[in-house]
Design a protein around this ligand. Structure first.
Ligand SMILES: [Zn+2]
Length: 691
């Protein structure tokens, strides 16, 4: 993920999030649509299509009614239950922002910032009228580069303002010592979604590269270059990025933290970077020069060093100019830039037919930039304390289920079980929002300066991130804003994080019963918890250190079971000619299966304790059946073929149809609830199972 989004940093790559984050938040922000006219429910019998046999295709059985009611809106690459709720939350955020945008002496400092930033973003007349003037000083800074010797200082500045050129610097917990924050140097510098876009040779990929060059060319033209020059410069950008891509790890390799753990320090790292003065870069970035560093991708940095030596200065300037324009071509620059960027990233790569309304994008922008200033108001209005308590109780019950499940595993030794339980008991549960809100007092937001604001926000984030190095780790920090409809597990923190925005219908409701809530939100809680024990998460100990705690035999048994799932997902052809990548999606698939299983166990315990009549039907379904339908209905999603292709090639999550059906085929408990008999598409001939 960190190599995709321009302004993100290394830590996010290590987080296991529930649903795919949009690849390009500037343009392809989470989808939008008119607010739902139908009330959102966790278990909704009106969505079920009884003409479909649940043993044939449970996803269609559970979701067809939703598909009929929700045609894919033209400004969406995909539209599902997550977007449905995201849109509702975005409407609420819009109301907060529109109120905060009214100038008034009674506004709090945070209200001034979020309100004025929203107003600046909405003022397209002002942004268009200024043309390139706000970005001009930065363009001139690049043009003034006299030699490769001056590159370190320039690059440090560009990194500080969020330009994803060449590589990325950020802070992160040391893999070997999770109590220590150190510098992480990561591969970066690509404009296409990930490295394989530069190397694949199939016709579609070749065509996409040609379209990418057209896009870079168009951006250079908009910035005032003559046609021929822009064409030549676009070719230069592709050539440099291809060199970087070839030296970068694949997205599958990036999932294994051992591939990213290469401790070094300034003196040793400087010996690798013979053509790029790391001390000068570090000084200009105001990053610590002493202490441990991590050269996460040695092969990449060796290639970067060679590239700096071998590339003519003019070509380096061209490359930097592209990444500067690319980093700001969203809502801060004239609409011609904005539209061109949308056209390539959202239309060509993801199939969207229409740009999102400005207010939606400006709302998402403020949420992205000052999520805890906006989120503080959001939480006060929309997340009552009782809900936090309910969410916590549910989380604890899923953790208890995992404890019991570990006891019952026949393949894991007593020795490894003890360690697994230690890790489980050490998981920290974070629900809703931070205990301590982020302090934005050092950030200046000026009404009417959209681009300057964005620059200052990025500088603020960069400095805040680097300031963590050498300080105690803040385990209470959040990496998602409170209104976010998503969740994540952080392996180095060993914590699960469920933002407030998620605890609402259609995922959770205190008006619905346990069958529905456990099938839906319960499975998500189980999913995040299972990430601590997936192929990636299991490599970390209870304190978040990358330290092996498995016996060799147990590790082998785990890998054998995991390989069953690799094969299962490798066999799925998501779009003609493109199969899912069983290795890339393994962690998420393990979390889906394990999470649903844990939710099922917790729900069975709940039902038993309540002496529930398991044969009594509500809306035509038994409690168990409603559990499975609620699980499936959270994944009802319409997706464009272009988006599905991009997703299959880049996303560690399987598409939602398989997150439903493939997972369920592995659970005989599901088959029993619907009396599905082998052979049937919803019953795997040889189910995979770990937990
Ligand atoms: Zn996940």
């Amino acid at each position: 993920m960190f190599r995709i989004a321009a302004a993100s940093h290394c830590r996010l790559a290590l987080l296991a999030v529930l649903v795919a984050a949009p690849a390009f938040s500037q343009t392809a922000a989470p989808a939008s649509a008119p607010a739902a006219t139908h009330p959102l429910r966790v278990f909704d019998p009106s969505l079920v299509d009884t003409s479909v046999d649940p043993c044939q295709n449970f996803y269609r059985f559970s979701c067809n009614g939703w598909f009929k009611r929700n045609p894919l809106p033209p400004d969406q690459a995909e539209y599902g239950r997550f977007t449905e709720l995201y849109e509702l939350n975005r409407l609420h955020l819009r109301q907060i922002l529109e109120q905060a945008a009214v100038p008034s002496p009674t506004r709090t400092p945070n209200e001034q910032k979020i309100g004025d930033e929203y107003a600046s973003c909405m003022n397209t007349a002002d942004i268009d009228q200024k043309k390139l003037a706000p970005i001009q000083p930065e363009l001139e800074r690049i043009a003034a580069l006299k030699s490769n010797q001056d590159l370190p200082a320039l690059l440090a500045h560009l990194h500080a303002i969020g330009v994803n050129a060449f590589f990325d610097l950020g802070s992160n917990q040391d893999f070997a010592d999770s109590n220590s924050m150190i510098s992480f140097y990561s591969a970066g510098g690509l404009g296409l979604p990930e490295r394989d876009y530069y190397t694949r040779t199939d016709a579609k990929s070749v065509e996409q590269r040609r379209q990418y060059v057209d896009h870079v060319h168009n951006i250079f033209m908009l910035a005032g270059e003559p046609e021929a020059q822009a064409r030549k410069d676009a070719g230069t950008v592709l050539a440099i990025e291809t060199e970087l891509a070839k030296a970068s790890l694949t997205i599958t390799e990036l999932r294994d933290p051992k591939n990213l753990d290469h401790p070094t320090n300034l003196a040793a790292f400087s010996k690798v970077l013979t053509h790029f003065s790391l001390p000068e870069y570090v000084a200009a970035a105001h990053a610590p020069a002493s202490g441990k560093m991590n050269d996460t991708e040695p092969k990449f940095f060796a290639a970067f060093n060679a590239l700096v030596a071998d590339t003519p200065l003019d070509q380096i300037k061209t490359y930097l100019r592209w990444h500067l324009l690319h980093a700001y071509a969203g809502t801060s620059m004239p609409q011609s830039f904005d539209h061109e960027t949308w056209h390539f990233y959202a239309h060509i790569l993801n199939g969207t037919e229409k740009e999102q309304d400005r207010w939606k994008r400006c709302t998402s922008r403020v949420d992205h930039e000052m999520g805890e200033a906006l989120g503080q108001v959001y939480v006060a209005r929309y997340f009552p304390p009782e809900e936090k308590q309910q969410a916590l109780a549910m989380t604890l019950s899923i953790e208890q289920a995992m404890d019991k499940d570990l006891d019952s595993l026949d393949w894991m030794s007593a020795e490894t079980k003890v360690k697994a339980k230690e890790k489980l008991h050490a998981v920290m549960n974070k629900i809703g929002y931070p205990d301590k809100w982020r302090d934005y007092s050092r950030l200046t937001i000026v009404r009417g300066d959209a681009l300057g604001n964005q620059e200052r926000v990025r500088e603020f984030d960069f400095a805040r991130d680097l300031a963590k190095i050498g300080k105690p780790v803040d385990r209470g920090e959040w990496f998602m804003s409170p209104p976010t409809v998503n969740a994540y597990y952080d392996p180095q923190m060993n914590n699960v994080n469920f933002p407030a925005g998620y605890f609402q219908p259609p995922f959770f409701s205190d008006k619905e019963d346990d069958a529905a809530n456990y099938g839906d939100m319960g499975s998500t809680i189980g999913h995040e918890l299972t990430h601590g024990f997936d192929d990636e998460g299991r490599q970390y100990d209870k304190d978040g250190n990358l330290k092996d705690w498995w016996t060799r035999e147990d590790e082998q048994k785990f890998n054998d079971r995991a390989n069953c799932m690799v094969k299962q997902y490798d066999a799925i052809e998501a779009v003609p000619g493109v199969h899912l990548n069983g290795r890339l999606t393994l962690g998420e698939n393990l979390a889906d299966l394990g999470g649903l299983w844990l939710a099922w166990l917790a729900w069975q315990d709940k039902a038993e304790a309540a002496h529930l009549d398991m044969t009594a039907k509500t809306d035509g379904y038994t409690p168990d059946q409603r559990f499975w339908i609620a699980y499936a209905q959270q994944w009802c999603t319409q997706t464009r073929p272009e988006q599905l292709r991009t997703q299959a090639q880049t996303d560690p999550h399987a598409p939602d149809e398989y997150r439903t059906n493939t997972v369920l085929t592995d659970l005989p408990e599901f088959a029993r609830s619907f009396s599905c008999k082998k052979p049937a598409p919803m019953v795997a001939p040889q189910p995979c199972r770990i937990w």
